[in-house]
Design a protein around this ligand. Structure first.
Ligand SMILES: Cc1ncc(COP(=O)(O)O)c(C=O)c1O
Length: 463
């Protein structure tokens, strides 16, 4: 079948040829971005938006940073690309050293890639090759949480906890076992958040035993949840227990810090919040280069990398991995993160925003929960705070809130995991260098957005 020649089915408008990528997702028209500086973005009509979520939790150091732009131009003048099969490049070494310096002594090496999904794939392959190099070739299963998100590539889909994605793509990948995520807001009946987290940790133990410990390679989780759980923060006891379980069974613990890493939660790695649950491998992307270039990384200790090297070298690579231009940009981004104390600011502004958002939630009808760490936060939207019931799907709650926010000049981020089976929430995650005045503006726009939606819901008789 020549798909590209086929006529659109009746009732469907013919697609413009050469349309922007949004056309793959539907007919919705979005504003056209023109320029951005700091926490603000302007569209081609000159309208200004406050970037309340750093896009999809990417713009960690804010937009248009002059030092990063200068480093970008300087490196571009020297060399943009050189094959890693032929040349080593200085920005790669500088970035790797800066990364392991920031990540701490648990990590010796950084394998540089071009994004979060690539980081997931590289982490899984590194783990697998390490097990084989150690003489444990039977280990291949990677356990993960339901719900969770680890990327869009097929290896990442196999470990992502999302029923819609599984329904569509399971036949073309090998889906891996899932265990329940320790969601804090809607624990099952007869459970508190803490007792449910204990139950979820026990599910890891039970699943490893049921699958056969000798077959289990790794357990991957987002330490502070991303979009899939709405910034869910597991209790310290959960993190300690899962670390113990993994160690006891020789299972590698991988933290997906694509969203939570690079300072977002008020520590360079979210892992730092649980010092007795240090992971074996960490993935980073998003905020690592803060949107200035596609970039990701896998952090690992020599005890994992050396056996892989000794067994013949890492059997994995991407053409653009560790290219000099992206590495120089990533290094400049991290330089600014440190020089401007943005990680500390994320912790401080995170506390300030959380406090104020909780007050806003208390005065609202539809915000059931505010959670998160540092500047990785979410507001859960409900029809009824007492029962925690969700709004009906027809209300399009988080999607309508995104539309209203955009109309009012506030950019937020949301997507329903598994069609909303676990709830729905708005991510609030501004750039880490947001000032107090800008945070106040964000809060005012957020209040206006919620109030406008509540008015719509009231007139529709939904609240
Ligand atoms: C936790 C997590 N892991 C992995 C990914 C995949 O990253 P990317 O979209 O850069 O491939 C994402 C993206 O949203 C993410 O949030």
């Amino acid at each position: 079948m020549t798909f590209w020649k086929s006529k659109p089915s009746s009732g469907m408008a013919e697609m413009e040829r050469g349309a922007p990528v949004q056309a793959f997702y539907g007919p919705a028209k979005l504003p056209v971005i023109e320029r951005a500086r700091g926490v603000y973005m302007w569209d081609s009509a000159g309208k200004r938006y406050l970037d309340g979520s750093s896009g999809p939790i990417v713009a960690n150091i804010g937009h248009g940073n002059p030092k990063v732009l200068a480093a970008m131009a300087e490196q571009a003048q020297k060399v943009c690309f050189a094959s890693r099969a032929v040349f080593e490049n200085a920005p790669n070494r500088a970035l790797a050293q800066r990364l392991v310096g920031l990540a701490g002594l648990a990590f010796d090496q950084a394998f540089i890639v071009s994004g979060g999904s690539e980081a997931t794939e590289a982490a899984l392959k590194l783990a697998r090759q390490y097990a084989v190099a150690k003489g444990e070739a039977s280990r291949f299963k990677v356990l993960s949480l339901m719900p969770s998100y680890h990327g869009g590539t097929l290896g990442a889909v196999a470990i992502t906890g999302d029923s819609d994605s599984a329904a569509m793509f399971a036949p073309i990948t090998r889906m891996m076992p899932k265990i329940p995520a320790p969601l804090s807001y809607r624990p099952p009946e007869n459970h508190s958040a803490e007792s449910y987290a204990r139950h979820c940790a026990q599910a890891l133990e039970d699943t490893i035993r049921a699958e056969g410990p000798e077959s289990v390679l790794a357990f991957i989780l987002e330490p502070v949840g991303g979009l899939a759980t709405g910034a869910n923060v597991p209790p310290a006891a959960y993190m300690r227990t899962i670390r113990e379980i993994c160690t006891r069974h020789g299972v590698l613990l991988i933290f997906d810090e694509v969203m939570s890493g690079a300072g977002r939660t008020g520590a360079f790695l979210a892992a730092e919040h649980w010092p007795d649950a240090t992971p074996d491998i960490v993935t980073l992307a998003k905020g690592l280069a803060a949107g200035y270039t596609p970039l990701g990384a896998v952090l690992a200790p020599n005890r994992i990398v050396e056996p892989v090297v000794a067994s013949g070298g890492f059997m994995h690579g991407h053409t653009y991995a560790a290219n000099p231009l992206s590495c120089a940009i990533g290094d400049a981004v991290l330089g600014e993160l440190v020089a401007q104390n943005m990680v500390e600011n994320a912790a401080e502004m995170g506390r300030y925003l959380a406090e104020n958002l909780r007050e806003i939630a208390a005065n609202s009808t539809i915000i059931g929960d505010i959670r998160g760490k540092g500047l990785l936060m979410a507001a859960e939207i409900v029809a009824d705070k007492a029962s925690r019931a969700m709004l009906p799907p027809a209300a399009r709650a988080v999607y309508r809130l995104l539309e209203i926010g955009t109309e009012l000049g506030l950019m937020l981020y949301a997507r329903k995991t598994s069609g909303g089976a676990y709830g729905e929430w708005l991510m609030i995650a501004p750039p880490l260098n947001i000032t107090r005045a800008e945070a106040d503006e964000l809060l005012a726009l957020f209040v206006a957005t919620i109030a406008a939606f509540e008015r719509e819901l009231r007139s529709a008789g939904l609240i």
